[in-house]
Design a protein around this ligand. Structure first.
Ligand code: A3P
Length: 345
């Protein structure tokens, strides 16, 4: 009898224990995802957009799913009508710089529940044919979003294309502009590596970086080489400053975004007047990739495509030094104008 009672008690304790452990595990699992729901509302006071919709409690589960689908650029026709989803012109654009980490920045910002990214580079402002299609064409290229969300686009060619500042200004003179830069010589080599890979894919030969970057007649830096010109950040920025005040730009340190992305993302959140919602939970270092990857929630995470983070060819150190000397005064000017300093040589 006593033995039976003890066995029953043990069984009860076992059930209670499992329930308690289950609940704790469930709560821990939900912390990350629940946290991601909150930002929908704190934007209200800051954005001059229609009142964000109130989300009834019973539909939270569904909304979370929808929010996630929106971040992936998906929404069904029914969802669009039911939730008054809209295609909005971007309120912030990552205008460059090519190979600065523009994709990583866009994807990481897209972790924020109030941000929706345009997945593709739209090339509206730098491509005359696209531009001629008009602003409604551009709007239709944008993902569906809740009215209080911010749509962000990135097309790195915008930064270096002559006509773009004026065209963007005509669309929205108070738009927020993001520029992500990397140490200029590394960026130039990264640019070269991308082109080289394209040539190799087509079984074509290509010059060595040194031959392109240095003028063999003068032994000086070849400023006609596009990868070099793109890295003279201040020259391009000066054209933009004819249209937009410096306060409308935010400079992201692309080298820091690689090694320690969170502080950089927090600065962008502040610049965009968004509540701080991207956390360390959303970013984890993937040893195999050698880069930070993204964690949206307990089930969905992703790293950037393999085309991001290529191995660069070795470059003659004397050429690297020459390029670094060449870029130095331009970098100083860039820092003076923007107020951002970097750990560049
Ligand atoms: P490399 O391929 O030279 O390493 P962009 O998206 O503008 O083309 O920039 C590509 C660069 O983003 C890559 O250049 C890579 O170094 C950088 N990058 C920054 N954060 C990254 C991340 N988390 N994953 C992969 N690449 C990242």
């Amino acid at each position: 009898m006593l033995f039976k009672q003890q066995a029953l008690l043990r069984q009860k304790l076992l059930v209670l224990g499992s329930l308690a452990i289950g609940s704790v595990l469930y709560l821990v699992a939900r912390v990350g995802t629940l946290d991601r729901l909150q930002p929908i509302c704190p934007l209200e006071s800051r954005l001059t957009h229609p009142e964000p919709e109130q989300i009834p409690l019973r539909s939270l589960q569904f909304k979370r799913g929808l929010l996630h689908e929106l971040r992936k650029g998906n929404a069904t026709k029914e969802q669009i009508t039911l939730h008054n989803l809209v295609q909005q012109l971007p309120r912030a654009i990552i205008i460059g710089v090519r190979k600065g980490g523009t994709r990583a920045l866009l994807e990481m910002l897209n972790l924020h529940p109030a941000v929706v990214k345009a997945s593709q580079e739209i090339h509206f402002f730098d491509n005359d044919q696209n531009y001629a299609r008009g602003i409604d064409w551009y709007r239709r290229k944008m993902p569906f979003s809740f009215p209080h969300q911010i749509t962000i686009e990135k097309s790195p060619a915008y930064f270096i294309t002559e006509e773009v500042p004026e065209r963007i200004f005509k669309m929205n003179s108070s738009i927020k502009l993001l520029i992500i830069v990397r140490e200029p010589t590394t960026r130039a080599v990264s640019d070269y590596t991308q082109v080289l890979e394209g040539k190799e894919r087509k079984n074509k030969t290509y010059h060595k970086f040194e031959k392109l970057a240095i003028d063999t007649n003068t032994c000086e830096v070849n400023t006609k080489y596009k990868a070099v010109r793109t890295s003279i950040y201040t020259k391009h920025l000066e054209r933009w400053l004819k249209y937009f005040p410096v306060e409308q730009f935010h400079i992201v340190d692309g080298d820091r975004l690689i090694t320690d992305p969170l502080p950089e993302l927090q600065l962008v959140e502040r610049f965009l007047n968004l509540p701080s919602r991207i956390s360390q939970y959303n970013l984890y270092f993937n040893v195999t990739r050698g880069f930070y990857c993204l964690r949206f929630n307990i089930v969905f995470n992703k790293c950037l495509a393999g085309s991001k983070g290529r191995i660069h060819p070795e470059v003659d150190p004397s050429v690297v030094a020459k390029l670094q000397r060449f870029f130095h005064p331009f970098n100083q000017k860039f820092s003076q104008i923007t107020g951002r300093t970097f750990n560049w040589p």
